[in-house]
Design a protein around this ligand. Structure first.
Ligand SMILES: Nc1ncnc2c1ncn2[C@@H]1O[C@H](COP(=O)(O)OP(=O)(O)OP(=O)(O)O)[C@@H](O)[C@H]1O
Ligand SMILES: [Mg+2]
Length: 337
C-alpha cells in the first residue's frame, strides 16, 4: 500500500504511520462486505481524518470506486473514472460556505448510487465530519441514506463500504439509538506507532517518553508541540484559553469543583451519579469522553490501556489527552477550588 503524505505542522510533511489494525478493519470490510454503516468517533485530533484518507488509497488499490468527503472543510477526493460526477463535486465545493457543505454531503451519496447504476461492483463512501456539516438533527437521516446504499442499491454489487467519522460526542448518542450504524471508537495512537511518527520529526526534540506523556499519542498535539518549539506550557495555556476554562470553572458549584479536582487524579471520579452532569459538560467541551469496554470489536484500532492515571485514562472515563487534563488542573489552581 502506498502511504499517503500528511501535513503534521506548517512546513512539516510526514508519511502515514501505524494504524495497522484500523486499516485491517477496512480490508476486512472490503473482503467480506458490510451489513451496516460504520460510524467512527474519537478524541479531537486522534487521527480519524488521516485514517480515512489512507483508507481511500487502500480501497483504490483494491479496485474500489472511492469518494472521501469532508463537507465541513469543503473538501473531497475521488478515485473513479466518472468524470462528470467529479466535475459536479468540484462545482459544489466552490459554492458559498454552507451551501457547499450540504451539497457535498448529498453528492457523496449520489456518487455511490451513480457508480452502482453504472455497473461498478465495489464502491466506498468515506464521510468525514459530515454530521457537523449537515447538522445534528439530520445526522441520523444521513446515516440512513448511507445504509440505503447497502440495503437498497440501485443495482446488484459486490461490496459497498460506508464509513462516517465524527469527533462529536453528542452525535454518537443520536446515532447510537438507531440500528442503522455500528459505533466504533478510535483512540489516540498506540505507543509503538506514535513513536514511528515522532521519529519522522526533524531537528532537536525532547525525549520520546516526555512527548508520549504530554500527548498520550495524540498526533495533532504532536504537531502543535513541534510548532510551539516543544513548549508544552504554551499548549496547555492555549487549550485552557481556547475553551475558556476559567469561566467554565467559575460557573461550577463548590462540589463540582471538588469532583473535577478528583477527576484530575482519577477520571473515573466522573463516572458516578454525582459526577455525571459534570461529565456531560466535559464531553460537550471536548475535554473528556467515556470509554466503552475495551472489547476489540468496539474499537476501530487499538483500544486505550485499561487504566493509566498518568495519561488521564480511567476504566470508564478518559481525558482526551494528558495536556487536556493538565489544562484543567492548572485552571483549577488559578481560579481556586
Ligand atoms: N497515522 C498517522 N500518521 C501520520 N500522521 C497522522 C496520523 N494520524 C494523524 N496524523 C496527523 O495528525 C494530525 C491530526 O490528525 P487528524 O486530522 O486525522 O485527526 P482527526 O481525528 O481527524 O481530528 P479532528 O477531530 O480535528 O477531525 C494531522 O496533522 C494528521 O496529518
Ligand atoms: Mg478530522
Amino acid at each position: 500500500m502506498r502511504r499517503i503524505r500528511l501535513v503534521l505542522a506548517s512546513s512539516l510533511l510526514v508519511e502515514f504511520a501505524d494504524r495497522e489494525t484500523a486499516l485491517g478493519r477496512i480490508k476486512e470490510w472490503a473482503d467480506r462486505g458490510m451489513a451496516t454503516v460504520q460510524v467512527v468517533y474519537g478524541p479531537e485530533g486522534c487521527g480519524k481524518t488521516a485514517w480515512l484518507r489512507q483508507s481511500a488509497e487502500l480501497l483504490r488499490e483494491m479496485g474500489f470506486d472511492v469518494i472521501y468527503i469532508d463537507p465541513l472543510h469543503q473538501q473531497f477526493a475521488t478515485h473513479t473514472d466518472m468524470a462528470d460526477i467529479v466535475r459536479r463535486l468540484s462545482e459544489a465545493a466552490a459554492e458559498a460556505f454552507g451551501i457547499a457543505q450540504i451539497k457535498l454531503a448529498t453528492l457523496a451519496l449520489e456518487f455511490a448510487r451513480e457508480a452502482l447504476r453504472r455497473g461498478k461492483r465495489k464502491v466506498a463512501v468515506l464521510a468525514d465530519d459530515v454530521f457537523q456539516a449537515v447538522g445534528l438533527d439530520k445526522a441520523a437521516q444521513y446515516v440512513k441514506g448511507m445504509l440505503g446504499l447497502i440495503e437498497y442499491p440501485p443495482r446488484d454489487y459486490d461490496v459497498v463500504i460506508a464509513v462516517a467519522a465524527t469527533s462529536e460526542g453528542i452525535t454518537r448518542r443520536e446515532i447510537g439509538r438507531h440500528r442503522w450504524a455500528d459505533l466504533n471508537a478510535m483512540w489516540n495512537m498506540p505507543k509503538e506507532g506514535f513513536k514511528r511518527l515522532y521519529e519522522q520529526i526533524p531537528g532537536e526534540k525532547p525525549a520520546f517518553e516526555d512527548v508520549w506523556r504530554w500527548t498520550g499519542g495524540n498526533p495533532k498535539l504532536l504537531g502543535r508541540l513541534y510548532e510551539a518549539g516543544w513548549d508544552a506550557d504554551k499548549i496547555v495555556e492555549r487549550l485552557a484559553a481556547g475553551r475558556d476554562l476559567a469561566t467554565f470553572i467559575k460557573t461550577l458549584s463548590g462540589r463540582e469543583r471538588q469532583i473535577l479536582a478528583e477527576a484530575v487524579e482519577n477520571p473515573d471520579a466522573l463516572y458516578t451519579e454525582e459526577g455525571m452532569p459534570l461529565m456531560e459538560k466535559l464531553r460537550e467541551l471536548d475535554l473528556a469522553l467515556d470509554l466503552f469496554e475495551r472489547k476489540p470489536y468496539l474499537w476501530v484500532d487499538v483500544p486505550p490501556p485499561e487504566r493509566d492515571p498518568e495519561l488521564g485514562i480511567g476504566k470508564y472515563v478518559a481525558w482526551q489527552t494528558p495536556l487536556h487534563m493538565e489544562a484543567i488542573r492548572r485552571t483549577l489552581e488559578n481560579v481556586g477550588r
